[in-house]
Design a protein around this ligand. Structure first.
Ligand code: C5P
Length: 210
């Protein structure tokens, strides 16, 4: 089973397609964030799907009023995104507006040090929201495996946990999967390495051995 998600945070269309194509064998999905969408346009989602045949996750961390979330989500799902990542702190209507249109992933905690300021104190409530709405999954920090284990213990079993923060931010794929994550999200350790295919293959093997 493939459990690796590539965070494709480059600007250039051709570079993005090249990296996605050469790593696709080892990936479950490709994640696009604002840098790539701003650099290459929304059409990159359609192209990535065509080139890799993999699901595409649009990591927009949507956090707006329900109507604006809906307007954005419609265009992004129309472009071919399979999943959209959204913030839950805007309230259930904001998340629901996206869930009505397609598969959604809710951020319940972030991976950077600043997550301790505002997001972590709200994590319990965000888990409750996820348990109520039952999205495809939640985002939890690979940089804090103990928090992933905590989130897994509170989250309904069918809801997936996707964890960014492996590699460049210090998280270890094996540790976070053992803690209960379903997927690991890796960006710089793959796309900024000299040989992205080899980097993805090594991570894939490490994950398979867990
Ligand atoms: O390069 P790196 O592996 O650190 O990339 C991590 C990716 O996951 C980036 O796209 C980042 O925006 C995203 N992300 C994160 N922490 C979160 C949510 C998303 O690092 N809590």
């Amino acid at each position: 089973m493939k459990r690796l998600i590539l965070a494709l945070d480059v600007y250039e269309r051709e570079r993005a397609l090249e990296i996605a194509e050469c790593t696709a064998d080892y990936l479950w999905a490709v994640k696009v964030n604002w840098p790539l969408i701003i650099g290459s346009g929304l059409g990159i989602i359609t192209e990535l799907r065509q080139v890799t045949g993999l699901p595409v996750i649009a990591d927009l961390k949507l956090a707006d009023i329900p109507n604006t979330n809906r307007l954005i989500a419609r265009k992004v799902f129309d472009a071919g995104a399979d999943y959209i990542i959204a913030h839950g702190f805007v309230g259930r209507e904001g998340v629901n507006a996206i869930m009505e249109l397609g598969e959604t992933i809710i951020v319940v905690e972030m991976s950077h040090p600043g997550a301790e300021e505002f997001i972590q104190p709200a994590t319990d409530k965000l888990i409750e929201l996820a348990n109520e709405l039952e999205p495809f999954g939640v985002i939890a920090p690979a940089t804090r495996p103990e928090r992933v284990a905590y989130i897994r213990s509170k989250l309904k079993p069918g809801i997936k946990i996707l964890t960014p923060g492996v590699g460049a931010q210090g998280g270890k794929a094996g540790e976070v999967l053992k803690a209960g994550a379903d997927y690991v999200i890796v960006g710089r350790s793959i796309y900024a390495s000299e040989n992205p295919r080899e980097a993805a293959r090594n991570l894939h093997r490490e994950i398979a051995g867990v």
